[in-house]
Design a protein around this ligand. Structure first.
Ligand SMILES: C[S@@+](CC[C@H](N)C(=O)[O-])C[C@H]1O[C@@H](n2cnc3c(N)ncnc32)[C@H](O)[C@@H]1O
Length: 187
């Protein structure tokens, strides 16, 4: 995919990462799209999405992680193409313009009830927008369990599962649930 480089193995500092390069491929960013990443960690995926031409809002409840994301993406932050916020998604200020895509990787809140984060996602997402919930598959079968939990939590918010992607390899493969918002809003 243009703008998304294949990464090497995972490094402790969240450096170039095959896992996050694969997740970026699932997001399939289109230049000019607005993307919200929840739980951005070291900002590796933010970098891949911004390099692909997206405007990115990166949120993490850890100030340390947000500082790392800001450092890694300093040029894009200075250019106004990446914004960072140290906040839980529940307290974040996503601005008034809807986003085209929401992505989160290895953020358990998205499959752990009651997951009020899904209310925020439904609110900020543009009609027809997409969500990618990526995760590491820590044991056999966990991918199906997490995908089912995501589907249960997202469905009442009018988000429909459109795919379950699988990547990586043993001992810790990866997976991502892809969802779409309804084309019309209620209320
Ligand atoms: C396991 S790390 C994953 C980091 C990165 N996405 C990755 O895959 O390398 C989870 C991150 O999500 C953040 N996080 C968890 N729940 C969150 C929430 N509700 N709102 C914002 N950030 C959250 C944590 O602070 C942490 O940095």
């Amino acid at each position: 995919m243009p703008g998304v480089a294949a990464g090497s193995s995972e490094r402790g500092d969240g450096g170039t990462s095959a896992r996050l390069s694969w997740m970026a491929g699932v997001v399939a960013p289109v230049p000019g799209e607005r993307v919200l990443e929840v739980g951005c960690g070291h900002g590796v995926l933010v970098d891949l999405l911004a390099t692909a031409g997206c405007d990115v809002l990166a949120v993490d409840r850890s100030p340390t992680m947000v500082a790392a994301t800001a450092r890694r993406n300093a040029a894009a932050v200075a250019a106004g193409r990446v914004r960072v916020q140290a906040a839980s998604l529940l307290d974040a200020d996503p601005g008034s313009r809807p986003v085209d895509a929401v992505v989160c990787v290895d953020v358990r809140a998205f499959w752990t009830p009651p997951a009020p984060e899904w209310d925020v996602v439904a609110r900020v997402l543009a009609p027809g927008g997409r969500v990618v919930v990526g995760f590491s598959v820590m044991r056999p079968g966990a991918d199906r369990e997490i995908a089912a939990a995501v589907e249960r939590l997202a469905a009442p918010r009018r988000l429909r599962v459109t795919g379950l992607h699988r990547g990586g390899a043993a001992p810790i493969p990866w997976a991502a649930v892809e969802l779409r918002a309804a084309l019309t809003r209620t209320g």
